[in-house]
Design a protein. Structure first.
Length: 270
């Protein structure tokens, strides 16, 4: 009876949460595909329109915002893959003094909220003249303690026999890394890359602080400015712009949903 009661409570909670999340989403979709006069006046037979998306796209440089976001994510992901791989490989392959202490210092970053470092990071960028640049937005995220930890744990699971066999064939440290460790960690790279893309696509506070001109704004900041200043209270345009900015992530998740879950489960098991 207890199991049945728990199942009923769990199902009820799931429906409640789905309703709380689904109603705002349905309202956003409704207003995005209907004229402004229907945003607060629901009519099931109201005519659909795509004019809101056209007006929203023309009202702000969303093409530039998407391009800036793509460049930003590309820089961050490439830098993360390279730097996290090298650091994780060094912790696994080489035994040096204070290795455990150095790894503990890296892990301390996971305990520090990024918002705590915003003022100091902004002052640093101001001194070196990188404020209001895409490089300035990406600079604090070029390396990741979580990425180092994830790849280190993955590299530790690689059998030593593969490493030794490659060395007997005359492979050096670099060749062992790129031909043995990296190929075996491809599922982890994919899972970590998908999470990183989602995080940096939705990152808002740091880009908002470090950027001043629309030429370097990512899509999250551009959408915020569009919603609060440029479009006023025209909810149809605002929701249409919101759907445009979130559509790439939603489509990517629907396409790679199976690979995303499978790779994360495999990475978690390792």
């Amino acid at each position: 009876m207890t199991k049945g009661l728990n199942r009923i409570l769990t199902t009820t909670l799931a429906f409640v949460l789905a309703g709380l999340w689904g109603l705002p989403f349905l309202y956003s979709v409704w207003t995005a595909f209907h004229e402004e006069k229907y945003s607060a006046n629901f009519k099931w037979n109201a005519p659909l329109t795509l004019e809101n998306f056209v007006q929203a796209w023309n009202a702000a440089p969303f093409a530039l915002y998407f391009l800036n976001t793509f460049i930003l994510i590309t820089i961050v992901i490439v830098a993360n893959f390279i730097l996290c791989t090298l650091v994780a490989y060094a912790f696994v392959r080489y035994r040096f003094r204070w290795a455990g202490f150095a790894f503990a210092l890296v892990m301390v970053q996971l305990l520090i909220s990024p918002e705590i470092l915003i003022v100091e990071n902004y002052l640093t960028l101001s001194r070196i003249g990188l404020t209001d640049t895409i490089i300035g937005i990406a600079l604090p995220y070029l390396n990741s303690a979580f990425g180092i930890f994830l790849l280190r744990q993955t590299f530790m699971s690689v059998p030593k026999s593969l490493d030794e066999a490659a060395q007997l064939e005359g492979a050096g440290a670099w060749r062992v890394l790129w031909n043995v460790y990296v190929p075996l960690a491809k599922p982890v790279y994919l899972a970590y890359g998908l999470v990183s893309i989602s995080f940096h696509w939705n990152n808002f506070l740091w880009p908002l602080i470090v950027t001043n001109s629309p030429e370097v704004r990512p899509v999250t900041v551009g959408l915020s400015v569009f919603a609060t200043v440029e479009s006023g209270v025209e909810w149809s345009l605002v929701n249409a712009a919101t759907l445009m900015t979130t559509a790439p992530l939603i489509i990517a998740f629907l396409i790679f949903q199976r690979q995303f879950v499978a790779n994360f489960m495999r990475a978690g098991i390792k």
